[in-house]
Design a binder for this molecule. Structure first.
Ligand SMILES: Cc1cc2nc3c(=O)[nH]c(=O)nc-3n(C[C@H](O)[C@H](O)[C@H](O)COP(=O)(O)OP(=O)(O)OC[C@H]3O[C@@H](n4cnc5c(N)ncnc54)[C@H](O)[C@@H]3O)c2cc1C
Length: 404
């Protein structure tokens, strides 16, 4: 017989784990289905905004993470391909923590709060039933052997990130659109001189067809992460990181300087087809959180905060609802979640994407640097507008019957 849960969360990243913690605290029986395993690396700038740090404290994991020696980051430095620089104080202290460490701690915390975790598992089939859904998982055992498992749940939540095969299963419109964006990342050891320059900073270098961020994470390591249009990769002669550095150093003098003082010390990771398209917040009763509901341009440094915040906000919204929903309850939650998500995130998604569009084109990027750099307070204002508020309540304003 299938095991029954109140909610099945597909994806054990930041959004899925924070949702699971929020619901476990309200007595829900939660199952997390994760296609990968832990610990694992992930393409991400690994910059935790001040808002993310506040949310991780609410979730009860920040004190453990803090003990691992994350890198405090209080300032941002933007460098244009043409040599302009803007430096600003962040509205609070951010932190650099690798996703390898962060995701594992968060999901372990979800398990300690009562969630069941199924790793190396993917949803194969989802069938609606009068009491929710029956889901068939395809699981790989520790030795790679395949097995199938059936679970039943009143609610199913998609927290599986930017893009997954399940988007096709659900027939989501964006799934058939192609995106030109590729994300890459690699950890490095800096020279003492560069280490001193990067201390306490996150740097963003913009150039024709992309931008590259770098900042410390725990262990004295600098994470270098970039978003590129695929045309930039088209110029590569081969696929190794050093060839990429050669192509980028011709596009940005500031990056050329940095490369000379960075020694790779981790694997290079890449992810293609990063989708910045508008997405729905639910499909056929499956609710989405985090990147599955909307991907913010990475330059805002807010994706992790949005994932954590949306997970907690949905937990607050869903918590009081029936665990075996009738169609009317489901429709009310679906529409309340859509209102709540849009109210919280729509403006910052649009602003960050607009800014990204300007920065990817050299002439416009230089103009943005000139204008924003000349207006006192403008960089700080932009940084605030593309982000949430660290004191934002997670769900008090989001109610099933609320006006939105
Ligand atoms: C290049 C780049 C740089 C970035 N830099 C930053 C930054 O510096 N700071 C910041 O705050 N944000 C940054 N972001 C954004 C941030 O990485 C994301 O917003 C955040 O990871 C979203 O969290 P999530 O939980 O929604 O998704 P994810 O973190 O992607 O988690 C999804 C989880 O679901 C699992 N999964 C996927 N498919 C399935 C499936 N079918 N079944 C089961 N499980 C599945 C995955 O294995 C994963 O564990 C960056 C993004 C990019 C692309």
């Amino acid at each position: 017989m299938a095991e029954r849960y109140d909610v099945l969360v597909i994806g054990g990243g930041l959004a899925g784990a924070s949702l699971a913690i929020g619901l476990c605290r309200q007595g829900w029986r939660v199952a997390i289905v994760e296609k990968g395993d832990y610990p694992r690396d992930k393409v991400c700038g690994e910059f935790l905004s001040p808002e993310s740090v506040g949310l991780l404290s609410t979730l009860g994991v920040w004190s453990t993470l803090k003990a691992l020696g994350p890198a405090a980051i209080g300032r941002a430095r933007f460098c244009s391909a043409g040599g302009k620089q803007i430096e600003l104080a962040l509205p609070g202290e951010g932190q650099g923590v690798s996703r390898r460490v962060l995701d594992q701690h968060l999901v372990e915390h979800a398990v300690s709060e009562g969630a069941a975790l199924f790793c190396r598992a993917e949803v194969e089939v989802m069938v609606p039933t009068p009491t929710g859904r029956t889901v068939t998982l395809r699981e790989r055992g520790p030795g790679g052997e395949l097995q199938r498992r059936s679970l039943e749940a009143g609610w199913v939540i998609g927290a599986y990130g930017r893009r997954a095969r399940i988007d096709h299963l659900l027939d989501r419109p964006f799934a058939s659109l192609r995106s030109p964006f590729v994300g890459l990342k690699r950890h490095h050891r800096p020279s003492p001189r560069l280490g001193a320059k990067l201390q306490g900073h996150v740097e963003i270098h913009t150039f024709d067809g992309g931008y590259c961020g770098m900042s410390f994470v725990e262990g004295g390591v600098v994470n270098v992460c970039m978003l590129l249009e695929s045309r930039v990769l088209g110029e590569l002669d081969g696929s190794d990181w050093s060839k990429l550095q050669v192509v980028l150093q011709d596009r940005s003098a500031s990056l050329r300087e940095r490369w000379a003082e960075l020694e790779p010390c981790g694997e290079a990771l890449a992810v293609a087809q990063v989708p910045f398209f508008a997405k729905e917040t639910s499909k056929d009763g499956v609710l989405f959180v985090g990147d599955a509901a909307g991907v913010i341009a990475p330059l805002a440094g807010d994706g992790q905060a949005m994932a954590l915040e949306s997970g907690l906000a949905l937990a607050d919204l869903l918590g009081p609802a029936a665990r075996t929903p009738d169609p009317e309850t489901q429709a009310r939650v679906v529409s309340a979640w859509d209102r709540a998500f849009r109210r919280r995130f729509r403006a910052r998604l649009a602003l960050a994407q607009g800014l990204q569009r300007q920065l990817l084109q050299p002439s416009r990027a230089e103009l943005v640097f000139a204008v924003v750099g000349a207006l006192p307070g403008a960089p700080e204002l932009l940084a605030r507008w593309t982000r949430g508020k660290s004191d934002q309540k997670h769900g008090a304003a989001d109610t099933v019957s609320g006006r939105g």
